[in-house]
Write a protein that binds this ligand. Sequence first.
Ligand code: MD3
Ligand code: FE
Length: 197
Amino acid sequence: MQLYPSRFDRTQQEDLVAAIRAAVRAAPLYVPRMPRTGKPFSVRMTNCGRLGWVSDEAGYRYQATHPETGEPWPAIPQPLEALWREVAGYPLPPEACLVNVYAADARMGLHQDRDEADFSAPVVSVSLGDTCLFRLGGTERRDPTRSFRLASGDVLVLGGDSRLAFHGVDRLYPGTSTLLRGGGRINLTLRRVTKPP
Ligand code: MD3
Ligand code: FE
């Protein structure tokens, strides 16, 4: 795991928010649901890129179109493509950018990201808006965890052993950033989904 604190300055963060707002106009935020139970996530989501991660009663999967509009996902914003080239250490561009939007009371339970066909590529995460308390464990659910704060502009690269580590977001710290009108937090994760030939 590699943390790049304040990888994006305020102006770059504002540019990213503007690009994400444009993407959300094309691919509206929706509330994902847990497989089988249909229990709603507290986080709202959308995607950019050729493929997007979706979750509903039928399961978790990547697909090329928005689950509600049926439209293809918008392109990954150029600064995020550039970030991937700089930090991923992987020769191919990202296929998916999952956009998670947290209100003040939203959380994400401890989980692994295993819906990708290739774990050799890292996941690259960008935090925007309010600081959160992030938890990172090992590759077994019972492994001990470490907690640390992720602030606006921070970039986290999860590769190697950490790629299959359990992780989650325990809480937000409301009022810690003025980036987003109305507060909250946006997390962007850049991913490879398919196995290269
Ligand atoms: C560690 N997102 O989208 S980002 C997710 O803040 C997700 O929204 C959280 O977990 C968020 O799946 C955490 C940091 C992160 C992202 C992917 C990882 C950590 C990871 C994949 C493997 C291990
Ligand atoms: Fe995750």
